[in-house]
Design a binder for this molecule. Structure first.
Ligand SMILES: [Zn+2]
Length: 176
C-alpha cells in the first residue's frame, strides 16, 4: 500500500507576485479563457507551512522552477503590469465611483495580459535555452550551472539593480 503524506497547510496561503513557478504560469496560460473577462494571473499558490513546492506541484511530487535569476527584473515588470491592469477588474460599488469598465474592454485587457504572459514565458524559455538551463522534455541531463553563474555575476557588475537582472539587447527573448 503506498504511503501518503499530508501537507500541513498554512492559515494564509502565499500568492507569489514575482517568484511564481513556471509550471503554474504555463498551466494558467493554457487554461485562460478571455471570455471570462478576467485579468491574467500566474495562478501559483504556496499553501503549505513547510514546503518548497507550490500547491499544484506538490500534488505531482515535482519541483517548482521559478524565473531564472537573469530575468527577475522582467518578472518584476510583468508583475507590476498585472497589478496595474487589475484596476480594470475592480468592482467599485461606491456610488461616486465611475471606474467600472465594460465587458468588452475587460475582455480586451484579458487578451493583452494573456499575450504579455505568453511573451514572458517564451522569453524565459529562450533565456533558459540560450544558457543551457533546460533541455528537451525527454532529456535527463542536469544543466551545468557554472557558466550561468558566471553570466549572472557579469550582469550584476553592470546592472542598475543587481538583484533584479533583466534581459538586454542581444539576449535571446529580448523584445523592446
Ligand atoms: Zn506553482
Amino acid at each position: 500500500m503506498p504511503m501518503t503524506t499530508r501537507r500541513r497547510l498554512a492559515d494564509t496561503p502565499i500568492v507569489p507576485k514575482i517568484f511564481f513557478c513556471l509550471h503554474c504560469l504555463r498551466t494558467s496560460i493554457k487554461n485562460f479563457d478571455v471570455t471570462n473577462a478576467e485579468n491574467f494571473a500566474p495562478g501559483c499558490v504556496f499553501d503549505a507551512v513547510a514546503s518548497v513546492a507550490c500547491k499544484q506541484y506538490s500534488s505531482r511530487n515535482q519541483i517548482c522552477h521559478q524565473t531564472s535569476v537573469g530575468m527577475l527584473g522582467n518578472a518584476l515588470e510583468f508583475s507590476q503590469i498585472l497589478n496595474w491592469s487589475q484596476e480594470f477588474f475592480v468592482d467599485h460599488t461606491a456610488p461616486d465611483q465611475n471606474l467600472d469598465w465594460d465587458l468588452t474592454l475587460r475582455v480586451q485587457v484579458g487578451h493583452l495580459t494573456l499575450a504579455l504572459a505568453t511573451g514572458f514565458e517564451a522569453a524565459e524559455l529562450a533565456h533558459r535555452r540560450e544558457h543551457g538551463l533546460t533541455g528537451t522534455s525527454k532529456s535527463k541531463v542536469t544543466p551545468n550551472l557554472v557558466p550561468y553563474r558566471s553570466f549572472v555575476a557579469g550582469r550584476r557588475s553592470i546592472a542598475d539593480d543587481p538583484t533584479m537582472l533583466r534581459l538586454m539587447p542581444g539576449d535571446d527573448g529580448f523584445l523592446l
